[in-house]
Design a protein around this ligand. Structure first.
Ligand code: NAD
Length: 377
């Protein structure tokens, strides 16, 4: 995994001042969520127009509210199959009828100059189709995690974006989150010496057993596909290495009626080229959210580590102190700032990164199903 160019601590601390934007008297310089002085953005009034595809829970509760706080992008359009949702969103977010599509009319987005980016927020198995159609309509794309349910689909998505000369980002919001960036730095720069082992786990107790997350054909699997991917990412970004082999085990199901189609709990272990190892749990039956790295000369951890925050961290030398940001606003601003500048997106959030994780997700399932160690390198 490529080293992040982390923003300086000073900029992050100054970034807290962004909330001051809403204050009536402004006497100090103001910085945005990316640590960029607002004043240096003068003359830049163009904001990237984003259309959200799929107005479910993540779009409604996280992305749309975050788009009210962003500096470099705005909610410009919606794609939904439910006309009642379309009316509600048009009114709430002042979206013109011309920027509202359903799944059939979606491809007409090609003629809409108001929309620069299509953000695919659909069930996992639908990501590939909509990313490819968005690229064919000449739009940059942000695709939620996991990027797809097969590596083959990921490649088709990458190829479609390349062919259309458009950029493809994955919804890896934590790559723009200060606590996460700090543990990336601590691990990758060996601040406590080389990382020796990592414990990275993400799990929660799922509700409605009829939702698409419980259907293998739509989700690609169970908890591993949904939140285990954060633990995979965590192990990769604190070591800064790619795993060379994986072993994995399914736990026996305690609620077989509920988990007919997908795993309930899964454990896996990665081995990294340096000799570092990681151990992870993901589950839909009970919760855990922790990223811990033990190094030659100390340790560091985040807990909670992967949710919407506030994240919390400490090291063997004391607490990690970082500002709390809106993850989704920081992520979309980070991507759109680069798009506005005509820059290539950093490797660690592109489709290639998403494909790497999907390959690992599939290898973990293969290891659990066969009981064998799967070579990755
Ligand atoms: P959701 O079930 O709340 O929403 C899914 C949306 O897709 C709904 O609007 C639904 O109407 C629409 N849809 C269209 N066709 C559908 C079909 N055939 N079956 C089911 N739904 C259909 O799901 P969500 O929680 O918003 O998740 C959507 C995506 O976002 C997933 O890929 C998920 O992994 C991802 N996600 C990411 C984060 C994050 O932190 N990055 C958080 C939550 C979800």
């Amino acid at each position: 995994m490529t080293q992040l160019t982390s923003l300086s601590r000073r900029h992050f601390l100054a970034g807290i001042g962004a909330s001051a934007l809403t204050m009536p008297t402004l006497t100090v310089p103001v910085y945005d969520a990316l640590g960029q002085p607002i004043s240096s953005q003068s003359g830049q009034d163009k904001k990237i127009g984003i259309a959200l595809v799929g107005l479910g829970s993540y779009s409604k509760n996280q992305l749309a509210p975050a788009l009210q706080q962003t500096q470099y992008c705005r909610l410009a359009g919606i794609v939904t199959g439910t006309s009642a949702k379309a009316s509600e969103w048009m009114q709430k977010y002042n979206i013109p009828q011309a920027n509202v599509y359903d799944y059939k009319t979606f491809d007409r987005i090609i003629d809409n100059p108001d929309i620069d980016v299509v953000y695919v927020v659909l069930p996992n198995s639908m990501h590939a189709e909509y990313v490819i159609r968005a690229a064919q309509a000449g739009k940059h794309v942000i695709c939620e995690k996991p990027m797809a349910i097969t590596e083959k689909d990921c490649q088709a998505m990458i190829d479609a974006c390349k062919k259309a000369n458009k950029q493809l980002a994955v919804g890896y919001r934590l790559h723009y989150e200060p606590f996460t960036q700090e543990v990336m730095r601590l691990g990758q720069q060996k601040v406590f010496g080389p990382v020796k082992f990592v414990e990275a786990s993400d799990a929660f107790r799922i509700g409605d057993p009829t939702q698409w997350r419980m259907k293998k054909s739509m989700a690609g699997g169970g908890a591993l596909m949904d939140v285990g991917i954060y633990a995979i990412q965590g192990a990769r970004y604190v070591t800064g290495e790619e795993p060379v082999s994986v072993t994995a085990q399914f736990s026996p199901k305690t609620e077989p009626q509920k988990f007919k189609d997908v795993e309930e709990t899964i454990f896996w272990q990665f081995r990294f080229p340096s000799g570092a190892v990681s151990n992870s749990t993901s589950s839909y039956t009970a919760g855990v959210e922790r990223l811990y790295a033990s190094c030659e000369k100390g340790w560091f951890e985040l807990s909670p580590a992967f949710g919407y925050g506030p994240l919390k961290g400490r090291t063997s030398k004391g607490p990690i102190e970082m500002p709390t940001v809106n993850h989704q606003a920081a992520h979309m601003d980070g991507v759109c700032k680069d798009l506005l500048a005509g820059k290539a997106l950093p490797n660690h959030i592109t489709g290639e990164e998403g494909k790497r994780d999907v390959r690992l997700l599939q290898a973990i399932y293969q290891a659990a199903e066969t009981g064998r160690s799967i070579k990755l390198a």
